[in-house]
Design a protein around this ligand. Structure first.
Ligand code: ATP
Ligand code: BTN
Length: 241
């Protein structure tokens, strides 16, 4: 379903799923612009008309909330695979939810829970993928960012990109739902933006150490003088140390 201007495609889809109007796996809502596009923790997602994909898809986690960590990472890998296949780009993932190209943020992922289903839980998968941002974006976005138009000379067909992204997501999530995150650990680590780099993880506590990738739940592995520890979590932020 395509909206012209909306507050947030995640809000719109969340409302329909909560009302019980939508329960079709893979149902997708996109918009040309968002007036209240959101990132994690209430941060703003800059969403000018026609400049990006503003994409939300419905899915159900049959295994329940404990698999949400891996879910966020396989979604990022779906975007990475698509960028490779369509544009031969070598994109990376910044754990847990950003897709980077040339060290800059190209896409962000926002996974939100939409209450309990009969089995498992309903999730709204939101993806913002920059296509052709206007110059003013520099005043609105407080970190290094990039758009597809800057990194490929190929023609970008947004309609076909939406369709491909939806297909790629349904394929990877179907496999993830059956087989879990195990099969994706290696793929994640080879596309980890900070693999074998010294990083700083902040949230409730702050830790600095070597980033060793993820474990088979999708938790981040960091090595410090105290040994290797795994970190779960929606509320954590990762930076170079
Ligand atoms: P982390 O999730 O690790 O804290 P983050 O700083 O990227 O990383 P997010 O909440 O994931 O935070 O994303 C929101 C941030 O993304 C905004 O604060 C802004 O810096 C940036 N941002 C907003 N709009 C865009 C956009 N269209 N393209 C790229 N980056 C954007
Ligand atoms: C992030 O980097 O924190 C995630 C950004 C997610 C942005 C997308 S755009 C489509 C969907 N609707 C929203 O309001 N947010 C997501």
């Amino acid at each position: 379903v395509v909206h012209n201007i909306t507050d947030s495609t995640n809000n719109q889809l969340m409302q329909r799923v909560t009302e019980g109007v939508i329960d079709t796996l893979g149902y997708t809502l996109v918009a040309e612009a968002q007036t209240a596009g959101r990132g994690r923790r209430g941060r703003n997602w800059y969403s000018p008309f026609g400049a990006s994909l503003y994409f939300s898809m419905y899915w159900r986690l049959e295994q329940g909330i404990q698999s949400a960590m891996g879910l966020s990472l396989v979604i990022a890998l779906a975007v990475v695979r698509l960028l490779k296949r369509q544009y031969q780009l070598d994109a990376k993932v910044k754990w847990p939810n950003d897709v980077y190209v040339d060290g800059k943020k190209l896409a962000g992922i926002l996974v939100e829970l939409a209450g309990q289903a009969h089995a498992g839980c309903n999730v709204i998968i939101g993806i913002g993928l920059n296509i052709r941002l206007p110059k003013q974006a520099a005043e609105k976005i407080d970190q290094q960012y990039i758009d597809l138009n800057t990194v490929t000379v190929q023609h970008i067909d947004r309609n076909s990109l939406v369709a491909q992204l939806q297909q790629q997501l349904v394929a990877i999530l179907t496999d993830f739902s059956h087989s879990g995150f195990d099969n994706y650990v290696e793929e994640f680590n080879t596309h980890n933006q900070y693999q074998q780099r010294v990083v700083k993880l902040s949230g409730n506590e702050e830790v600095e150490g070597m980033c060793l990738g993820v474990d088979n739940q999708g938790a981040l592995l960091i090595k410090t003088d105290m040994g290797i520890k795994n970190y779960y979590g929606g509320e954590l932020s990762l930076r170079l140390g």
